[in-house]
Design a protein around this ligand. Structure first.
Ligand code: DGT
Ligand code: CA
Ligand code: CA
Ligand code: ZN
Length: 587
């Protein structure tokens, strides 16, 4: 396990111990250990090998042993036993905003609550408001949190779903009966949240599908098999994610893949197009529309009129269309564009030459400037933009003027030292204050290569005030780009209220870029705004908002969203090579 992953486990242990009501000193010891690891500037492996772990501040001998075990094996017996000893309902309650370990422990001790449904009842009976430290307002907030959790709980982040789906697809492709297999559904379309996973597999001619369905139903992590047929299986994994598998003969693969990729709207329009050409399109095939019997019955009988297609490309071609990338299949004009030969040449991950908006240990990041630069270089990028928080974000250890200027100096030194081929741009994620002024004055901002301006407080302003606030920031000549337009956290928190159209207009008028924050919880500005905005001249920057080296990989989620927004390379500013990027930033 990496240093940061181990820090996560230690923080988790602290929370679990607090839930158990353990001595606060113990809890704090794990938190202190986590912080020490996060701030460690040397290689953890070397520190362990040289036996120096126990001499670091905040890490005693017992903790050193646990960290070593995690580092070497990726597991910790103590942690697993601890988790098993606590009612899962108590841990689940932590997902309700406003409920920390202390409050959950009080609910458990005073009211015997150890599940969310018991908590729901107790709130509705008014029992929670009466507890010391709770009150009516807290009780209301808890109830709202439970309702949100129900609404959100049905969907999953694309990033998490993709993490589950990828190894399944790889194993599916490895089965001896399977000729071809693909993801389908919203996951393949790159939607920001996913209801369930869909897999399509084709078996070799004459092969039995049943063993493939058996394998799918018996995978590790399956909690329940919710449907089972010879050519179909549906399962639910631990954690609630569900998955469907359909198994088809090879000649139906392209039709099934297209159908189950969707979206529903895209499918309806494709069927209409087929009908207008005297054809009938379904998950089973494409054939002349007239005649008797269902398509399915004819397919089963091997009807001769069946039009053969070996791939989705051929399927689209049979209907007079260019291949439509899955990300565009939302029924939003992609079929007309494919007919007219006007599909966009979508931006791809390989087009990115670098990224802006990344944090380091100087504010709330978990890797140093040098570690971030090394990681960006390993990803093949030519430049890395650093944008730590500004002073008003004190909870994120935002930099004041003095620390910012010192950081600029360190970045200049790093660039001239020539240790990395990657060029580091000095920036800031500057808070937009309540009235739209920026957190630094113009003299300081002028020292930077670029400025990301973001809202991090006073979320409850009404739409007009919030819009005016952001536009005022956009009008500051030092602002290069606007960070996370709405501040939403997918499946967790709605964004603040803004008039996106007005802000897009202001950004275009002032030559300011709007970021597509690629953090899988954000994906903000939403892809649904991008097509029209880019047509009108808005530039995008795909920004990982990385708080550690691993976070740089989030650009993959951002590229998905950009593709869903019909963006091409020319719309995305961080596809510029270094020399052009430098020139562009100077302008
Ligand atoms: P999700 O799972 O809610 O994130 O969204 P999808 O798009 O993955 O939806 P899902 O899993 O219910 O079905 C997969 C695809 O199958 C869907 O995108 C289109 C196709 N499909 C499912 N039901 C229908 C239907 O009633 N009509 C049409 N035209 N297509 C359907
Ligand atoms: Ca699905
Ligand atoms: Ca499904
Ligand atoms: Zn931010």
């Amino acid at each position: 396990m990496t240093r940061n992953e181990i820090a996560d486990v230690l923080n988790d242990i602290a929370v679990l111990l607090e839930l158990k009501g353990e001595n606060p000193f113990k809890t704090r010891a794990y938190q202190a250990g986590a912080r020490t690891l996060e701030a460690l500037e040397e290689d953890l492996g070397a520190v362990i090998a040289e036996g120096r772990l126990g001499s670091l501040k905040g890490i005693g001998e017992a903790l050193a042993k646990k960290i070593t075990e995690l580092h070497e094996t990726g597991r910790l017996d103590f942690y697993e036993k601890l988790r098993a000893s606590i009612a899962p309902g108590l841990v689940e309650m932590l997902e309700i905003p406003g409920l920390g370990a202390k409050k959950i422990k009080a609910l458990h001790e005073k009211l015997g609550i150890d599940t969310i449904s018991a908590l729901d009842h107790a709130c509705r009976d008014g029992l929670v408001a009466g507890l010391a430290g709770f009150g009516e307002k807290t009780q209301e907030n808890i109830l709202a949190g439970i309702r949100n959790r129900e609404a959100y709980g049905k969907r999953h982040l694309w990033w998490d779903a993709a993490g589950v789906a990828e190894p399944i697809l790889a194993r599916l492709r490895g089965l001896p009966q399977v000729r071809r297999a693909e993801h389908a559904g919203s996951l393949r379309r790159g939607l920001e949240t996913v209801g369930d996973l869909d897999f399509i597999a084709a078996v070799r001619a004459g092969e039995d599908a049943a063993p493939v369905a058996d394998w799918f139903a018996a995978q590790p992590g399956v909690q329940e098999v919710t449907a089972r047929g010879v050519t179909k299986a549906s399962v639910r994994f631990e954690g609630g994610l569900q998955a469907d598998l359909r198994i088809v003969p090879e000649e139906q693969f392209a039709f099934a893949l297209h159908h189950f990729t969707g979206s529903k709207d895209h499918n309806v329009q494709m069927r209409q197009r087929a009908l207008a050409r005297g054809l009938s399109l379904s998950e089973w095939g494409l054939e002349p529309a007239e005649g008797e019997g269902t398509v399915k019955a004819k397919a089963a009988a091997g009807a001769a009129k069946h039009i053969r297609v070996a791939s989705e490309e051929e399927l689209f071609k049979a209907l007079g269309l260019a291949f439509i990338p899955p990300e565009l299949r939302e029924g939003l004009g992609e079929i007309a564009a494919a007919e007219a030969g006007k599909l966009p040449r979508l931006v791809g991950a390989a087009d990115l030459r670098g990224v802006f908006h990344n944090h380091t240990t100087e504010s709330d990041g978990r890797n140093t400037l040098e570690e971030m630069a090394a990681a960006a270089q390993d990803l093949g990028w030519e430049y890395l933009g650093i944008a730590d928080h500004s002073k008003s974000s004190f909870q994120a250890r935002g930099l004041d003027e003095e620390r910012l200027l010192a950081q600029i100096g360190r970045i200049e030194k790093l660039n001239t030292a020539g240790k990395f081929t990657v060029h580091v741009f000095a920036g800031t994620e500057c808070d937009i204050l309540r009235d739209g002024r920026l957190d630094f004055d113009d003299v300081v901002l002028a020292r930077l290569d670029y400025v990301v301006a973001s809202v991090h407080n006073a979320f409850s302003l009404d739409e007009d005030a919030m819009t005016a606030r952001i536009i005022r920031a956009i009008e500051n000549p030092h602002v290069t780009m606007l960070g996370h337009l709405t501040g939403r956290l997918l499946l967790r928190r709605e964004g603040y209220r803004v008039n996106a159209a007005k802000i897009i207009d202001a950004a275009i008028a002032n030559g300011v870029v709007i970021e597509l924050n690629a953090n899988p919880w954000r994906l903000d500005m939403d892809w649904r705004h991008w097509r029209r905005a880019a047509e009108r001249g808005l530039l995008c920057s795909i920004n990982p908002d990385a708080h550690e080296t691993a976070g740089l990989a989030y650009v993959a989620a951002g590229v998905n969203a950009a593709r869903k927004g019909w963006l091409e390379k020319k719309h995305v500013v961080n596809t510029l090579p270094l020399a052009k990027m430098k020139a562009w930033l100077r302008e």
